[in-house]
Ligand binder design. Structure first.
Ligand code: SF4
Ligand code: SF4
Length: 163
């Protein structure tokens, strides 16, 4: 594999933000995706049957069905990955951004799950639930979420449903 591709693969392996419910709450299913793989992995389809819910249950700090992953998973590239592959973002810088955003997302996910009592929600859904509670003691967490959103929009933003 070409060095750039190898490094891009490493970045994605270290990241998973497009699988774990941080960036998106769903992704597109392609007609040729193997429904046996989908069912075996516990991937839940949405009502439209043409997309599936995120976080993906096959994501356990890494894609556990990598060789059989769905078509969208092989095709999707966030803006950060595109910039790395085009040479407008360096590997170390991209890795640093991923590490920072992952750490913040992970912290928020734990905090929000403690409050909502629900693990495995897309981060945005958890945020909406916490915000609706309207407790002042959650203010710092909600500010952290705003920071996370800023980083997502700045570095990663790109729709996965159509991408
Ligand atoms: S968000 Fe970007 S860098 Fe992270 S796993 Fe997805 S495509 Fe790769
Ligand atoms: S199948 Fe793998 S790459 Fe695709 S969303 Fe699930 S964990 Fe991510």
């Amino acid at each position: 594999m070409h060095d750039t591709e190898t490094n891009a693969h490493s970045l994605c392996k270290a990241c998973g933000l497009c699988c774990d419910g941080t960036l998106f709450d769903h992704a597109r299913l392609a007609p040729e995706d193997d429904r046996g793989v989908v069912d075996a992995a516990g991937i839940r389809l949405r009502d439209d049957r043409t997309s599936f819910h995120l976080p993906c249950p096959a994501y356990k700090d890494i894609c556990t069905i990598y060789d059989d992953r769905l078509r969208i998973c092989g095709e999707f590239r966030c803006n950060l990955l595109i910039k790395y592959m085009e040479g407008t973002a360096g590997y170390e810088a991209a890795f640093e951004i991923i590490s920072r955003v992952k750490a913040l997302s992970s912290k928020l996910r734990k905090q929000m799950a403690d409050i909502t009592g629900q693990d495995g929600q897309p981060l945005r859904s958890a945020y909406m639930t916490v915000r609706a509670i309207g407790d002042d003691s959650h203010r710092a967490m909600l500010l952290d979420y705003a920071v996370l959103l800023h980083h997502i929009r700045k570095h990663f933003a790109k729709s996965r449903s159509g991408a």
